[in-house]
Design a protein around this ligand. Sequence first.
Ligand code: AMP
Length: 177
Amino acid sequence: MTIQPALQLRDFIRNIPDFPKQGINFKDISPLLANGEAFSECTSELSVHMPDNIDAIVGIESRGFLFGAALAQLTGVGFVPIRKPGKLPAETHSIEYDLEYGTDTLEIHRDALSQGHRVVVVDDLLATGGTAAATIQLIEQLGAEVVACLFVIELDFLNGRVKLGSTPVLSLLHYND
Ligand code: AMP
């Protein structure tokens, strides 16, 4: 028998229809962050899925920083940020990837990861998978290995995990809208 926690994370995700544009059902995590018990429960549930012997948790700007850093603190693993262009001060490695319209770029410090490092990627939400797929490529180009991707929310109808290939993906909450 699985014991369900008294607190349900789903109750702390707010749907904002048509934000930031018509047709997008935005999943707002602000209520979850604002509630100490819910934020802590979320971090603890993510930690259950942390593989052993991880060298770094990589968080994707910007909401991935919140959950990634909290998970890093709880598990005693170091945290590495992946940022939008022009934000990281030291030498960077970057990747450009396709969006629905146009392209976007992500950057990581070149010395943040080394050959053979075992990495876990964290973000708030998996939608089309474009951001996470580019993140995996970026990490692999530095010679590190992405052992797992952890998300708080996954939009199942967008099939984003297909873009992540054979990388194990775990999401705490699944939505179909
Ligand atoms: P994608 O590259 O399509 O998987 O998009 C993932 C990124 O976009 C995540 O970092 C999310 O923060 C953000 N995102 C995409 N769709 C939504 C949504 N419906 N609600 C909230 N955030 C979203």
